[in-house]
Design a protein around this ligand. Sequence first.
Ligand code: PBG
Length: 324
Amino acid sequence: MLDRPRRNRKSKGIRGLVRETRISTEQIIYPLFVVDHDKARQPINSLPGQFRLGREDLLREIGECLELGISTFELFPAVVADKKDKTASYSYADDNFYLDYIRAVKDRFPEAVVMSDVAMDPYSTDGHDGLVRDGKILNDESLPILVRMSIAQAQAGVDVIGPSDMMDGRVEAIRRTLDEGGYTDVSIMSYTAKYASACYGPFREALESAPKSGDKKTYQMDPANVREALREATLDEMEGADILMVKPAVYYLDVIHRLKEATDLPIAAYNVSGEYAMIKAAAERGWIDSEAAMLEVLTSIRRAGADMILTYFAREFAEWQRVR
Ligand code: PBG
């Protein structure tokens, strides 16, 4: 035997030399849930280790994460029922706490990269990402609302807008209006290939944002399709997206890989709530080693081709890396 692959695995040092995939905290984005309170820090039942944060909690969390080397945060608002309506009007209201928090974070930590979520579901009594009429989710009628939400977030100082709604044409509509308003520096990370997945359950529990009726299959993608993801990627690229995202990540590693080959834009992958919760739940029962599973999952997503990863493991990963 002249060729023995095991020689390159014989020690930690050698394994480090030949390792093909690395993860840095610079590539990690931390999704954080926020509520309209000064101090809250409500534990999220479905996401062990994650909290709904009030204003002060959020600022503290971000300060600590910056120290740990995480620079980017995507914020998701949990909105109380009496602020919700058919048209998600609270999403751009003057007294919207989410916009206030974006301003507060950028004020206190100008170096932090703040990403927003654009979709109607957290603000809508229907719990859908677009406008609902007679049981249908309307595309073109939703665009002006998504655009208005985006402009309000740009005014608040957000760095990157993240349309997660999957309406056709929304990237172009948002890009054009941002540019007309002088917000040419505000980026768009498009949820390009967002699948109608069973893995969003814990997130919807965290925000109480589950659809009141029906499902999201007329706008989110069929898990069976990959060529359709390439079509979405071409459109988002033409419409002016800066970053393309695949979501969820772990069941869709092939989609990440295909998009990476098909485009020159950076690829983000969203390691979603269900993917995190499954590991945490199994770990609580002693069936899986949470830390080892975290490292394997994040490595796999990077190996598939993701340039950056949105993950609820963000802080845990940064802390693991620091003590190592
Ligand atoms: C809402 C949105 C969802 C997620 C991010 N933005 C849920 C959904 O589409 O129902 C899911 C994220 C996660 O599960 O971690 N537009």
